[in-house]
Design a protein around this ligand. Structure first.
Ligand SMILES: [Zn+2]
Length: 160
């Protein structure tokens, strides 16, 4: 079984339990190939939803999910996109390698989303070397992701 950089199984969609191609909740924006079905989708679609409402509106055709590929610039390490556990939001405005593509206020809003997710999601703007400010990824195992997915479902239930 191949694994992506974060340790999640990677491969064609039928090998990783399928992909969820639902639109980001409350929007018509889709992540073209979707994200890993189940708790990962719950968490990453929540991140995209909160990004849309509290950071900046999502633009159609500029957001990405699953892609079976290696990390750009690496000959061997599979990208977390290859396990369906990473998303890119408003990619053209926040290109790989660029720094400072978000205002201070927007970064504060991103921090609030990450805080809600209790360390299960990492932002590419926090990479130490090459920044990837469009990018959000799961960095914890399934058990912890499940807890955050339940927390999101509870929050939705109480809001709805
Ligand atoms: Zn990415």
């Amino acid at each position: 079984m191949s694994r992506s950089q974060n340790g999640w199984s990677a491969g064609p969609d039928h090998e990783i339990g399928g992909l969820d191609t639902s639109p980001v909740p409350g929007t018509t924006v889709t992540l073209p190939q979707g994200v890993r079905r189940g708790d990962v989708a719950t968490v990453l679609l929540f991140v995209a939803e909160r990004f849309h409402h509290t950071v900046e509106p999502l633009h159609a055709h500029q957001c990405w999910g699953y892609a079976y590929r290696k990390i750009r610039g690496s000959s061997s390490v599979l990208s977390n996109h290859a396990s369906g556990t990473a998303i890119d939001l408003n990619a053209p405005a926040h290109p790989l390698g660029a720094r400072g593509t978000f205002t201070r206020e927007k970064i504060a809003a991103i921090r609030r989303i990450l805080a809600f997710c209790d360390g299960t999601v990492r932002w590419g703007g926090d990479y130490r070397h090459r920044k990837d400010e469009m990018h959000f990824e799961i960095v914890r195992p399934a058990g912890q992701v499940a807890l955050i997915a339940r927390k999101i479902e509870l929050a939705r239930h109480h809001a709805g």
